[in-house]
Design a protein around this ligand. Structure first.
Ligand code: ISE
Length: 337
């Protein structure tokens, strides 16, 4: 890598992979996508041709290539851990979409390798940490503007899901954002979590529970409630209200023009996460590239990916037992402090 240009390889060129290739090419000035891989060869070849990159026969070959300085993993969930471990072993910077792994054990292995390499190599795809609204809320909390935060009320509402959605994904792919952003806002870890039974919508089908209501309790006793609608919501709508001793903080809606007509005032909320959080994805990759060039990553770490996996596991367990479940984590290694 020269001092200014990071040659990136992207593994997984599906929905979010394609978007990331586009922003790594046209938004982030410090990166160039030179390599791609997708298990559907044709998809990778098309992206390679469009962006003048090389299409690789496997993710492992892409990672091993001397022409690739850093890797972005946005393949299917169950493949994340294998690719990440490979990158860490080769001391290569890697960006991984959530979830980091399917099991907490795999995350522990990653942290051991990264610690051995002696510096942070991984940034997790928790884009909301770069969203202007959440960033401002965090600053206000840290400045003590609403006093000590006591609780968070939040909602994560989706209009639809891709085919093959399973009820666990409401936790591992959807609420995982609230798992991360709430502990980031409050700067605390969870003590226990629970999934509460709630009346089901007419859109519930089979084993897919919709909506789901989750409750997280931090070590200092703050409570976070998260309403998750995975299908049939009126918009893609993300709500977050921090309740402090002296006031409240509300996540703003996306910037939109207010329309006044027919004796009504309205503004659009949007229908999809990709447009709702586009700015935060851009910012996330700009920060990632800057972090690589300074050897100082600032986004969510392997520890944060691990924390979200442990919390997801406890929530899945709670849905089965109906009880609150403890969130038990290993000791935090030095490089994440
Ligand atoms: C989806 O599965 C995601 O991956 C997005 O990050 C999230 O914002 C969205 O609500 C989920 O449905």
């Amino acid at each position: 890598m020269d001092n200014h240009l990071i040659r990136v390889g992207v593994i997984g060129c599906g929905a979010i992979g394609k978007e990331h290739v586009e922003r790594l090419t046209n938004v982030v000035s410090q990166t160039k996508v030179v390599a791609v891989y997708d298990y559907v060869e044709k998809v990778a070849d098309e992206v390679a041709q469009k962006y003048d990159a090389k299409s690789f026969a496997s993710g492992e070959e892409l990672i091993a290539s001397n022409d690739v300085d850093a890797v972005v993993v946005c393949s299917t969930d169950e493949t994340h851990a294998g690719y990440v471990v490979e990158c860490l072993k080769q001391n290569k910077y890697v960006f991984c979409e959530k979830p980091l792994a399917l099991t907490a054990k795999e995350c522990e292995e990653m942290m051991a390798i990264e610690s051995e390499q002696g510096h942070r190599l991984l940034q997790m795809g928790f884009n909301r940490r770069f969203d202007k609204g959440y960033v401002e809320m965090k600053k206000a909390i840290e400045a003590g503007e609403v006093g000590e935060p006591l609780m968070i009320h939040s909602a994560h509402r989706n209009i639809a899901q891709a085919a093959g959605f399973q009820t666990d994904y409401a936790i591992t792919r959807v609420a995982i954002h609230e798992i991360d952003i709430s502990r980031w806002l409050l700067n605390d870890e969870y003590d226990e979590v629970q999934v509460l039974k709630v009346k089901q919508s007419k859109r519930t089908s089979g084993d897919w529970l919709n909506p789901q209501l989750m409750m997280f309790t931090t070590k200092s006793g703050q409570r976070i409630d998260v309403e998750v609608q995975t299908d049939g919501a009126y918009a893609y709508d993300i709500r977050c209200q921090v309740v402090g001793e002296d006031g409240t903080l509300d996540l703003p809606d996306p910037a939109a023009v207010t329309k006044r007509k027919n004796q009504q005032v309205s503004y659009g909320l949007g229908d999809h996460w990709a447009s709702r959080f586009a700015d935060s994805y851009d910012e996330e990759f700009i920060e990632w590239a800057t972090g690589i060039l300074n050897d100082q990553l600032v986004g969510a770490s392997t520890w944060d990916g691990y924390a979200s996996c442990v919390t997801s596991d406890a929530l899945i367990q709670s849905r089965k037992t109906g009880q609150p479940e403890k969130v038990t984590m290993i000791e935090q290694a030095e490089i994440y402090k």
